[in-house]
Design a protein around this ligand. Structure first.
Ligand SMILES: C[S@@+](CC[C@H](N)C(=O)[O-])C[C@H]1O[C@@H](n2cnc3c(N)ncnc32)[C@H](O)[C@@H]1O
Length: 251
């Protein structure tokens, strides 16, 4: 597999093309599980909930968790010793994910909290708080080999930033901001390292890798999202005319 491209494919069969112990960092945001939101009567039509639960297609919660475990086992196989992994998840699944990363062979390290300063407001008649928090599970294959210490107050398991707006915002419902992703990528990898994201979505991990001088590889199963990733690549090259690498592609 040639690096610095996104492959339009299902990641599970796609993993077969990635060598053992070849990846320096895993940074990923798997599809969320939808059915739980739908179980709450009338909630599925609310923007703040639906945005977090679009990607379904898993017959049951058990099957969904099995899928995540299969992906994490493949991540473990392709990760180098000492590689870190970051996996986004909702608060309802975080304790499952913590255990699954360990079942797959990784060491669980910490849950990181992203506080969205501009979440979609909660509809007060639903008597729920706004969904202003997303979680990232940090794990590693053995002790992390790369740990680029920043300022003390940047090493908290908490980060505050708005959800994507303006030019950064693409038509992807669970797009994560570069401002939130880049600090963790900088802490856990070095320039020239290879970052894997099996679920590229709108391509945030790939763009973050380009912006920080890392390499990337990964998959996205959806045609429309692949088009968005391609647009983001073009946008990146226009904004960075001195970029030395080849134009990343969707393959
Ligand atoms: C939560 S989103 C990722 C969003 C991304 N972090 C961003 O900032 O745009 C998960 C993505 O995984 C994709 N996906 C779901 N199942 C997949 C599979 N088996 N292989 C590859 N991609 C998949 C979905 O189409 C979706 O775009």
């Amino acid at each position: 597999m040639e690096i610095n491209n996104v492959y339009k494919a299902d990641c599970l069969p796609g993993f077969k093309n990635i060598d053992d112990e070849s990846v320096d960092l895993i940074f990923t945001d798997p599809p969320y599980y939808q059915n739980r939101a739908q179980n709450i009567i009338n909630l599925k039509n609310h923007r703040d909930i639906v945005t977090e639960f679009k990607f379904d297609g898993y017959a049951s919660e058990e099957k969904y968790l099995q899928f995540i475990e299969q992906v994490l086992r493949e991540c473990y196989r392709v990760a180098k010793n000492g590689a870190s992994g970051y996996l986004w998840c909702g608060d309802d699944f975080v304790s499952y994910i913590n255990r699954i990363v360990e079942k797959a062979g990784f060491q669980f390290r910490k849950v990181i909290h992203w506080h969205k300063t501009n979440p979609f407001p909660a509809i007060h008649t639903r008597k729920m708080f706004a969904n202003s928090m997303e979680l990232i599970v940090h794990f590693s294959k053995g002790t992390p080999k790369t740990w680029n210490y920043k300022q003390v107050n940047e090493m908290h398991n908490f980060i505050e930033a708005p959800i994507c707006t303006g030019k950064e915002r693409k038509k992807h419902q669970t797009q994560k901001p570069l401002k939130v992703c880049i600090p963790f990528i900088e802490i856990s990898s070095n320039a020239g390292d290879l970052i894997l994201d099996p679920f590229m979505g709108s391509g945030t991990t790939a763009v973050a890798a380009l912006a920080t001088g890392r390499n990337f590889t990964g998959f996205e199963i959806d045609d429309d999202y692949c088009k968005i990733i391609n647009e983001r690549f073009t946008e990146f090259l226009l904004q960075n005319p001195n970029f030395k690498g080849k134009k990343p592609e969707i393959r």
